[in-house]
Ligand binder design. Structure first.
Ligand code: HEM
Length: 408
């Protein structure tokens, strides 16, 4: 029987690039991004059903309209095999006005002053890591040098004893890298253990067993805005979010940023000869490596983006890595790694309501790490290939063998 064509419904443009696949993000997605920006900037993935956006202005548009694009139904690329565990009421899964209320309360722990106060802790941890390096052996850079910093920072911020930081790592690896077969711990088991651990930390503060502390959980437990306070469930949700949001991301910024410097010796030499470029260099590392590949939203109404009809209920994925190399914003050098790029309006931390809460902390951690590491080691050499974790959102560095030498 012939089917009638419906003139009001345009066919959705698709592409052959497997934008739903962890392997795509663990490989080199940039040639595909470049092609999509040019040919099909708003493209439908018919394997797991979502729209993908590759243009900077479109990503900003979606980020800037939380009423039209909701976070409450999930924020990652859909995977029917492993549905996303949406935690209702958790900051990252809320829309305004609830999101604004929660964010106001949580901001108490993330003011510029709070982050400045963390600098001595960051310096102490970085000194510990860098002083402990033995130049006579090879290192797994991501795991042994980059990873301990964000994990220990979050552990210390939450007021957990430092001896627990290794367990934090296992939990966050399991919670983020779920598609990689090398990660053995079941993510639900990891979640269960984490919740138990955080519940104990929160109870210590609520019951008065731990008092007079200036850790984040103590600050948040006491925070009050317009007569409202965070509940134990809010604190629990938020502790979990911090671990997932702050760990792998910062570790990858440091590892992938280092890899970018090693792949561009001219840029590394420039940074070594002029350390005042460091702040600018970290921004370029964020743009060029985009450690978080995407965030997703669900359309709440029919909306047109670049001539494509997004229907209410459709999932829309913002590909930050693609947007961060958009020629229309970053010009003909958009694919190049240029540590002097200025201005650099990248959106590696997202934009709008949900823009990364830990952006200043991540920048601080990366800046101090590069300052101390490059100062102590005039030679950093990659001794094998860099391989990535199979994950759609944060395809972390799995292997990155390096050798560091104190003199060249
Ligand atoms: C290089 C490191 C990091 C990158 C690339 C990154 C990236 C992002 C992105 C893309 C978002 C979503 C923005 C949006 O939906 O518009 C986000 C949200 C968030 N990030 Fe980060 N992040 C990093 C480090 C951190 C750190 C260190 C922390 C905390 C310790 C953190 C805490 C959060 C939180 C709590 C949110 C949710 C904010 C909300 O929903 O209002 N992030 N981050």
């Amino acid at each position: 029987m012939p089917t009638e064509s419906r003139p009001d419904v345009k066919p959705r443009p698709t592409s052959t690039h497997p934008l739903h696949s962890p392997d795509f993000y663990a490989g080199d997605p940039y040639p595909a991004y470049r092609e999509l920006r040019k040919t099909t900037p708003v493209v439908w993935n018919d394997t797991t059903n979502f729209w993908a956006l590759t243009k900077y202005e479109d990503v900003r548009f979606v980020s800037g309209h939380p009423g039209l694009f909701s976070s409450t139904k999930g924020i990652t690329i859909p995977d029917p095999e492993q549905p996303e565990p949406v935690q209702e009421g958790n900051l990252i899964f809320t829309d305004p006005p609830r999101h604004r209320q929660l964010r106001k309360l949580i901001n108490a722990g993330f003011t510029r002053r709070q982050v400045t106060l963390l600098e001595p802790t960051v310096r102490r941890i970085v000194a510990d890591i860098v002083e402990g390096i033995d130049p006579s052996r090879e290192y797994e850079f991501a795991e042994e040098i980059a990873a301990p910093l964000p994990t220990r920072m979050i552990a210390e911020m939450l007021g957990a004893p430092p001896e627990d930081w290794e367990r934090f790592r296992t939990w966050s690896d399991a919670a983020v890298g779920t598609a990689d077969p090398d990660i053995e711990m079941d993510s639900l088991v990891a979640l269960g253990e984490l919740y138990e651990y955080f519940t104990a930390l929160i109870e210590d503060r609520r019951s008065g067993r731990v008092t007079g502390q200036d850790d984040l959980l103590s600050i948040l437990a006491a925070a009050e805005v317009d007569g409202e306070r965070l509940t134990d469930a809010d604190l629990l949700n938020f502790s979990f979010l911090l671990l997932v949001a702050g760990n792998e991301t910062t570790r990858n910024l440091i590892a992938l940023g280092t890899a970018a410097l090693l792949e561009h010796p001219d840029q590394l030499a420039m940074l070594r000869s002029d350390p005042s470029l460091l702040t600018c260099a970290v921004e370029e590392m964020l743009r060029y490596t985009s450690p978080v590949t995407h965030m997703a939203r669900r359309a709440t109404a029919d909306v047109d983006i670049r001539g494509q009809q997004i229907k209410a209920g459709d999932t829309v994925v913002m590909l930050y890595g693609a947007a961060n190399r958009d020629e229309e914003i970053f010009g003909p050098t958009s694919e190049q790694f240029d540590i002097t790029r200025n201005p650099n309006p990248h959106i590696a931390f997202g934009a709008g309501e949900h823009a990364c809460l830990g952006a200043q902390l991540a920048r601080l951690e990366a800046r101090v790490m590069f300052e101390v590491l490059l100062g102590a080691y005039p030679s950093i050499e990659l001794t094998g290939d860099v391989t990535r974790l199979r994950a759609t959102m944060v395809p972390g560095v799995k292997r990155m063998p390096v050798r560091l030498k104190a003199s060249v």
